[in-house]
Design a protein around this ligand. Sequence first.
Ligand code: GTP
Length: 343
Amino acid sequence: MKAVILIGGEATRMRPLTQNIPKAVVPVLNTPFLELVFRYLSQHGIRDIILAQSRRLPIAGYFDDGSQFGIRIDYTNEDAPLDTAGAVKNAEKYLNEAFLVLNGDVLTDVDISAMVSFHRQKRAKVTIALTPVDDPTSYGLVETDDENRITRFLEKPRPDQITTNLINAGIYVIEADVLARIPLQTSFSFERELFPQLLAQDEPIYAYPSAGYWIDIGTPQKYLQLNQDLLAGKASSRNYGFIPNIDVLLGDKTSLNPKAQIKGPAVIGSGCTIEEDALIEQSVIWQQVKIGRRAKVKNSIVANHCQLGDDCVIQDAVLGDNVTVTRGARLAPGSKIQPDTTV
Ligand code: GTP
């Protein structure tokens, strides 16, 4: 089976981390995000992947044709964003049998092999993976009958409309003949248009509920959470090529002063220098970052090539690439600093 991965949007909520690189390749445990998704799909025997991009992003520079990862990757680009279903229609020439669709910002261990078997057994046109969340108000809710056949979609419900905590997980198995119902080169949504239309026509759309790990890296906070979850062994970390329960992950050629202290869960990328008595707690540091003496970094994300002066304090902050924090500076908690600035 082939998989289409949807890569779109401006990823504005992930700024300043995505000012210089697409969200799809932000480093998670020092590995480009999509590479983890490729490992997950490979575990389920899916090695033929189409990256459906809303615009031409520099992603091919990371993955090329996929051969170095033991997969095959084709790329499609849109002249103007075509939304989720329109993006898959744009990849139609690669799809001649049932296929999988994945939102490109989701990391999960939903058992897609079992989901595909379920889809076939139900003779469904579309099967949608569902995942439970604590607060469903900002997602698409899905109601089902006792046989897991979908009875209603509810996008971004008001609190009084909530009847389930199961949301659309952004993972679909779709029969190829469904593509004929999507208009060509037109913005068209699975969630708001195609699926409700299929439902209205009484087509068999099924839900595959899963209690597995699921996160969408929509915000820096979620991105930090994902790194910490993988370190803690959630999301069946072995599937992604990691040994779970390492508290601190250090990249190559990173020099850590013996008197520096790192409290996990924390990830430090390659080529960093961490000086004497620096303290790094529950943070993710990208590559080539210098952290000065007695500097404190807590619950923060520091992107590539940042320079943190001696005695500075950074908490709950997100620093874009190449930020300089001057000696002794204290950033207000929650700060988001644009790339190439000095604070
Ligand atoms: P972001 O804009 O990435 O924050 O999307 P979202 O989290 O609001 O999700 P949405 O439901 O809009 O999109 C689901 C998935 O489809 C995400 O992975 C998006 O990046 C992707 N996507 C959304 N719109 C488009 C589009 O026009 N073209 C393509 N190729 N992908 C899209």
